[in-house]
Every structure is written in C-alpha cells, then in structure tokens.
Design a protein around this ligand. Structure first.
Ligand SMILES: Cc1cc2nc3c(=O)[nH]c(=O)nc-3n(C[C@H](O)[C@H](O)[C@H](O)COP(=O)(O)OP(=O)(O)OC[C@H]3O[C@@H](n4cnc5c(N)ncnc54)[C@H](O)[C@@H]3O)c2cc1C
Length: 476
C-alpha cells in the first residue's frame, strides 16, 4: 500500500491547479490520472513530437503546457498517469483507493492500492448523449468523442460530418474538424441565440469567452460553415453494412418538440451530437460524499466555499472542477487552486491568514466564473421534449440493449416507481457503463425526483475490472 500526504485524482485543469497550489505550499502530492498524458479533457493532446498540431487544435494550449510543465518539474509532485482508480472506500481515518496501472511485463495491469488522509477529487465530466432512433448506429458519436480522437490521436472521425446538439462546445469541435479538412455538412444548435439577450451583461463581463467565441466563428466563416439555430438531429439511418449514411434534422420548438413537416435528410459518414456534460461523480459516490442535484438536473458533489466535501480532524476530501458542477476550464482552474490551498491549510502548511490573503482574489474570480456557468446552464437548458423523439423500439440503454418500450412496460405493467425498480425489471444501466450514459436520461425519462437521481448516480465499481485483475488486489 502506497501512502501519500495528498492525493489528487484527475489531471485536468482542476487537478493540475490543485496539485501545483498544494505543492507550492509544501505538501507532498501524488497526482493520478487514467489518461496517457496530463491535461484532462480540455488540454488533451498528442505526444510531444506533434506539439505544433496540438497548438492549432486548442484555443489556449500555451497555458495548459505551462501548467503541465510546472507540475511535471515540481519536486513535491509525483505523477502517475495511465492509472485508473476502480474502487474507493473512506472511513474516519482516511481514504483507500484501488487502482490499475500498466504491468511491467505481463499483459495484465498491475493492481496498486493508495492510501491518504487528504484527497482532492477532480474527476471532471463526460459528454451527455440523448437517445433518438439510430443513436446506436456506428458513426454516431458525441462531440467529445470526435474531439478526443482529434486532440488525442490526430484522427478525424469522418469525411462528411454533421455536428449538432446544444452548447458552446459545438463551436471548438466544428472549427477544429473543419480546420483538419472535414466537410461539415451541417452544424445545428438546438436553441436560439436570442436566449443570450437577457444575459447580455454576463456575456459582456466575460470578454475572454466572447473573444473565444469570435475566434471559432472566424474559423467557421473561413471554412464556409454556418451554424443553424433551432434544429436537432432526431433520427439516424444506416446503410446495408449497418454504418451511418444519413441523419434526419428537424426544426424544434424551445421545449424540444418537433415542428412536424420540417424534417430533412442530410447524408454524412459521421455525426457528432451532444447535449452538454454530465459530471463524473462515480468516485465521489463510492466514497459516500454528499451529493446534490444542480440547476441543470445533473448530480454533483456538494462542497463548501473551501471546496471541502467531507472533513474531520483526521482526514479531508476536497472536490474541484466539473464534478461540482459543469462550468468550463476557467472555473475548474479557480476551484482547483482553492482546493489545493485549503488542503495545505488543513495540513498546517500555511496559516489561516495566509490562506485568506491568497484566496481573496481567487474567491472573486470563482464567483465571476460561476455566474457565467449559471448563464450557460440557463441558455442551454435541455427540456424534456426530446422524449417525443424516441419510439418504443429506441434503445435507452445501449450496453444492455433496453428499449424505451421496455421501460414503459416496467412502469405501466410491472409497477416500477423509480429508477432502481426499472433497473431491476429491465436491466437498464447494468452494463459496461453502469448507467453513466443512460442513468441521467432514465431519470429524465421517468421524471425522477432529486433523491432518485442521486441514488441512481451511485455505483460501487468505478470502472470495469476483470477477475484476473481483481485477483491481484493485495488487500484480498
Ligand atoms: C470529451 C470532452 C472533450 C472536451 N473538449 C473541450 C474543448 O475542446 N474545449 C473546451 O472548452 N472544453 C472542452 N471540454 C470541457 C472541458 O474539458 C472542461 O470544462 C474541463 O476540462 C473541466 O476540467 P476538470 O479538471 O474538472 O476535468 P477534466 O478535464 O475532465 O479532467 C478530469 C480527469 O480525471 C480523470 N479521471 C476521471 N476519473 C478517474 C479515475 N477513476 N481514475 C483516474 N483518473 C480519472 C479523467 O481521465 C480526466 O483526465 C471537453 C469535455 C469533454 C468531456
């Protein structure tokens, strides 16, 4: 068992910022991430020799590189990449994390157990996909998947692509793919830009974000890609080989119901469709941290102003970044910095007044970024009209191939009253992803209350593991 003074899980903006701030105060930090390289989702990048392409695919890669290098060169930070935490447990004295890392010679990954009294969770978020007829066809993916392929491997997902869904994330994805020569045959935002009118002050007080938006707008204009508002992909079609050939796009109302007769077919070989992000609270749930439902319906980790999720005289768990609510990389950086400093305070590395002085500005910056995040959630809200796009045969759970019709049967004929009942009757959410993709959609489909959403988001096993890997666990 490896003991560390502070463990940070997640090396995205929040985790990097937490690690560097804690280490600068004198804490010995172990930074763990399951990716090949530091940077998380936002600064996902290819190996060094392709750094030039990395720069062209990111809006502010320079900041990521400098943070990454500071972390890698810091004497007080030990980095473990390709290390997947698959199980976690906490008691009054500390936290034990079980992880899988690449083995030395055998093909079976090595099991490592970490232990700490001070954990900072920065496990981020993943794309939200909504079900519609054909969403399970090969070639249909999320914008995050398309972006990860490109940023992480230099691979474009298709030659002729449709990008659709809702939220500002569609812009970097469309512009980076267009820059790499992909023909964007349709770029569709479900909401109207007029929704920003009531929040124009928030927009104007975030000129950096506005400038970033203009940057993507310029690229798209140069590549002759026009975003159409008030449209959504409501069906996908496959050819004889089962692979995507076209999508059906329709005009939708503000409540996401379809304007009948507005449907049209667009031929494409890939479609990236996403509806914002869902915080990855798997690890937080396994540790029994307090969780709540955010304004956008997502389950998030509940933290106080110091980013503390749980603490006593012996131990602490902080949470920072998108697991505490989706808000973008800048908010994640501020939250991570506060979490790192707060951890240093609890460890007695800095005094209370040093903490107050250092965090004064950070608190103000966090508040400013939170206001922008709140505006994003209001503008790009996902109303439940998407439920009218599905048919009884549309799969809601792709892993276990459970259809919306089977869920309806569980409710109407078998008397299921909540997500757990539906799961037991239909196996929804019992597959490989353990409900990460379908769990939130199930809750929306059923109209679940907050308690049901939080229970539904808890999963004891954080990542799939084989029996061979399990057998190596030194604590067994
Ligand atoms: C697929 C994807 C692509 C994105 N691309 C962009 C983009 O191009 N532009 C943009 O503005 N925003 C993008 N975003 C949004 C942006 O990533 C976030 O706003 C920001 O990265 C959040 O920072 P974070 O530190 O909270 O989490 P993240 O950056 O998500 O970092 C979390 C890290 O924790 C690791 N992790 C999670 N669980 C475990 C575990 N159990 N064991 C070990 N490691 C774990 C993850 O692998 C990840 O590296 C993207 C989001 C996603 C999901």
């Amino acid at each position: 068992m490896t003991h560390s003074e502070v463990i940070v899980v997640g090396a995205g903006p929040a985790g990097l910022s937490a690690a560097i701030n804690a280490a600068n105060c004198g804490c010995e930090v172990l930074l763990i991430d399951n990716g090949n390289r530091l940077g998380g989702q936002y600064w996902r990048h290819m190996a060094k020799e392709r750094d030039l392409l990395n720069y062209s695919l990111h809006y502010d890669f320079g900041r990521g590189v400098s943070l990454r290098d500071s972390v890698l060169n810091h004497k007080k930070i030990t980095v473990k990449t390709q290390t997947q935490i698959w199980s976690a447990a906490a008691n009054d004295e500390g936290v034990v994390l079980h992880a899988l890392a690449p083995g030395n010679s055998s093909e079976i990954p090595r099991e490592i157990v970490f232990e700490t009294q001070h954990l900072i969770l920065a496990t981020g978020a993943y794309d939200r996909a909504l079900p519609f007829p054909g969403w399970d066809i090969p070639g249909v993916m999320t914008p995050g998947a398309a972006q990860s392929l490109l940023k992480g491997h230099g691979v474009v997902a298709g030659k002729k692509m449709v990008i659709a869904g809702s939220g500002p994330f569609l812009l970097p994805v469309a512009s980076s793919l267009a820059e790499q020569g992909v023909e964007i045959v349709g770029l569709f935002e479900a909401h109207s830009p007029r929704r920003w009118l009531r929040r124009v002050f928030v927009l104007l007080s975030n000129l950096g974000k506005l400038t970033e938006g203009i940057h993507y707008g310029r690229i798209l204009k140069r590549r002759a890609v026009r975003m159409k508002f008030g449209f959504a992909v409501i069906q996908a079609h496959a050819g004889d080989d089962g692979i995507l050939t076209a999508v059906i796009v329709a005009r939708i109302r503000p409540d996401f119901t379809v304007v009948v007769g507005s449907e049209r077919k667009i031929e494409c070989d890939a479609a990236a469709i996403g509806w914002g992000f869902t915080p990855d609270t798997s690890l937080a749930g396994a540790l029994g941290l307090p969780q709540k439902v955010d304004v956008d319906g997502a389950v998030v980790v509940s933290v106080d102003e110091r980013q503390v999720a749980q603490s006593n005289s012996e131990m602490s768990v902080h949470a920072a970044g998108e697991i505490t609510g989706v808000g973008g990389a800048v908010l994640s950086l501020h939250e991570g910095a506060i979490a790192g400093l707060s951890c240093a305070l609890l460890l007695g590395k800095i005094t209370d007044s040093q903490y107050q002085n250092t965090t004064k500005e950070l608190y103000a910056s966090r508040l400013h970024a939170e206001k922008f995040a709140r505006a994003l959630k209001d503008v790009y809200v996902i109303p439940d009209g998407w439920r009218t796009w599905v048919t009884p045969s549309t799969l809601i759970c792709r892993c276990e191939e459970v259809s919306c019709g089977q869920v309806d049967t569980a409710v109407r004929e078998l008397g299921a009253r909540n997500s757990r009942d539906v799961k037991l009757f239909s196996r929804v959410g019992m597959g490989m992803c353990q409900g990460r993709v379908c769990g939130r959609n199930m809750a929306d489909y059923l109209g679940s209350d907050d308690g049901d959403r939080i229970r539904n988001a808890r999963r004891p096993i954080i990542a799939p593991i084989t029996l061979g890997e399990l057998a190596q666990d030194p604590l067994l």
